[in-house]
Design a protein around this ligand. Structure first.
Ligand code: PLP
Length: 391
């Protein structure tokens, strides 16, 4: 057997296992015609699983800003910012994000995933401690493991467990970090930030909150910290430009000193090409639109509430509503039936979510019409009732 053949045999074996568990992922050709409509196999579907919470990825002014930036400055940025310098638009975006989040400084990364690969390893390493919520996003885990620090996982949102782990392990570590999502991406619940920040303060641990789903959707758009009164602001606030801001890229808002350190030390910033001008200009325009229309950011959560009321589900705290169905097969079958009725709601399966909790993850956009939401609720009610009856 050649090495080409042994490699293919290895991949085929792995795929077989995935198929057996209904876990193979096969992205399908899908055209996004507007903020809430997609076309697939010649049919038009209402998109109820996008993270474009404000519909800004298709907003005419955002598109125009990206088009102008491309025409003027080109399609690519050419190199890392440390090599060729950063475009003035990028500095402007960082200043705007820092002002929006109320921090001294901000750093923009190639994506949210890259930001999390960068932040934790730049701050802690061997001899340090990282405490991370069990349901935190995969890229927070990736950053934690990459750092080389000791990683301890606390039960989801369980502050008593976090407190125990800090009491047991903090003293033997030089530095410590606490890592969490602000809004949990697959469950839509919020981290108990006031309690967590108080514990971290008590033990001198640095808290990193990943607010990928909070920026633009909670606290008037400023994020999950502002869903609390008073606001619960962590020293390290990261997020993405790729969801509610309708663009691409990631950011960290923090003190000037911390951002300065990362500018020199964060490898996924130093050794990767800067964002293209179009993405930067689109994010800037998105921030303008958010500032100009305070009601825009409140709309996705209002639609989620309408949906949950219709289905008798608990009141949501973010525009992400999970409908947990258990097995991957069941989640796939309900997703497929919804598609037949005109809705795109992709099934979310392990390892994205824990075994036995495959689900539909429904997300709401400011661009949805109330009528779309009411029809989706009705379809889902009848489908899950019939799936239950068939079992
Ligand atoms: C989507 C997401 C990311 C990754 O952001 P990208 O910009 O898409 O790379 C990070 N954290 C959370 C919680 C996310 O949901």
């Amino acid at each position: 057997m050649t090495s080409f053949q042994s490699l293919d045999a290895f991949a085929a074996g792995k795929l077989e296992t995935l198929d057996r568990k209904a876990l193979r992922r096969q992205p399908r050709e899908t055209r996004h015609s507007d903020a809430v409509t997609v076309e697939r196999d010649g049919r038009s579907l209402i998109n109820a699983c996008s993270n474009d919470y404000l519909g800004l990825a298709h907003h005419p002014e955002v598109i125009e800003a990206a088009r102008e930036a491309t025409a003027r400055w080109g399609t690519g940025s050419g190199a890392s910012r440390l090599v060729t310098g950063g475009h003035p638009l990028l500095f402007e975006l960082e200043a705007r994000l820092a002002a929006f989040k109320g921090t001294q400084d901000c750093l923009v990364f190639g994506s949210g995933y890259l930001a999390n690969l960068a932040i934790t390893p730049a701050l802690v390493g061997a001899g340090d401690l990282v405490l991370i919520d069990q349901l935190a996003h995969a890229c927070l885990f990736a950053g934690a493991r990459l750092s080389g620090a000791r990683v301890e996982v606390f039960r989801h949102n369980d502050m008593a467990h976090l407190s125990d782990l800090l009491t047991t392990h903090r003293a033997s570590a030089r530095h410590a970090m606490v890592l969490t999502d602000g809004v949990f991406s697959m469950d839509g619940d919020l981290a108990p930030l006031p309690h967590m920040l108080a514990l971290a303060e008590q033990h001198d641990a640095w808290t990193l909150v990943d607010d990928a789903h909070g920026i633009g959707t909670l606290g008037g758009g400023r994020g999950s910290a502002h869903a609390f009164e008073p606001a619960a602001e962590a020293p390290l606030q990261m997020g993405t430009l790729s969801k509610a801001l309708g663009s691409y890229g990631g950011y960290l808002c923090a003190s000037h000193t911390v951002c300065e350190l990362l500018r020199s030390r964060a490898r996924p910033l130093v050794f990767t090409t800067a964002l293209p001008p179009a993405s930067v200009a689109a994010a800037l325009k998105a921030l303008d639109l958010i500032a100009a229309d305070p009601d825009l950011c409140a709309r996705p959560l209002r639609l989620a509430e309408r949906f949950c009321t219709a289905l008798g589900l608990a009141k949501p705290v973010s525009p992400i509503v999970p409908v947990v169905l258990g097995s991957s097969e069941r989640a796939l079958s309900v997703s497929k039936a919804l598609e037949a009725q005109g809705f795109l709601v992709t099934a979310i399966r392990p390892p994205t979510v824990p075994d036995g909790t495959a689900r539909l993850r429904i997300t709401f956009s400011a661009a949805h019409r109330e009528n779309d939401i009411d029809r989706l609720a009705a379809s889902l009610a009848s489908l899950t009732a019939s799936v239950e009856a068939a079992q």
